[in-house]
Design a protein around this ligand. Sequence first.
Ligand code: SF4
Length: 185
Amino acid sequence: MLQQTQVATVKDYYNRWMKRWPTVQDVAAATIEEVNQMWAGLGYYSRGRRLHEGAQKVVLELEGQMPQTVDDLLKQLPGVGRYTASAIGSIALGQVTGAVDGNVIRVLCRLRAIGADSTSPAVTEALWHLANLLVDPERPGDFNQAMMELGARVCTPKGPLCSQCPVQSHCRSYHRVGSLQRSRF
Ligand code: SF4
């Protein structure tokens, strides 16, 4: 629900959904019309359809058991891509993997002063590699959520709050801008 949509908008939808369909079996038993009705107004309807398809697959083909690894999430659930599998894997299942979303891309590029096109396949792979190296093996889910929050609240696209940033001392962009400013005076 949160893909491309803000928490404030999602909250009511999420609460209504969970009240009506608290388990994966409940979602699987719903009709697609009911799912679409519940989703009405949230946009990106394919998300609801995929969620429904995924629930049906779990119930009908996987004996009601959610896949338990990032690889299985990716392979077995329709609509689950690399980021979603890694986010679920690290946050819900404690799997040691980075999770790279738009916010994390920005944070990592600034931390390592990467100026190359972050949408290119080579840079994308390098960022995943970096995220996998940096993730805390003891608390991968907390680490990934902290990186996402850092990007959403502190290392924002415009006007990042560097003076409040907990990783300022590790940030190459911050140090480069500082050196440039000092060299001008
Ligand atoms: S110091 Fe500034 S640019 Fe660097 S990660 Fe923190 S907020 Fe982002």
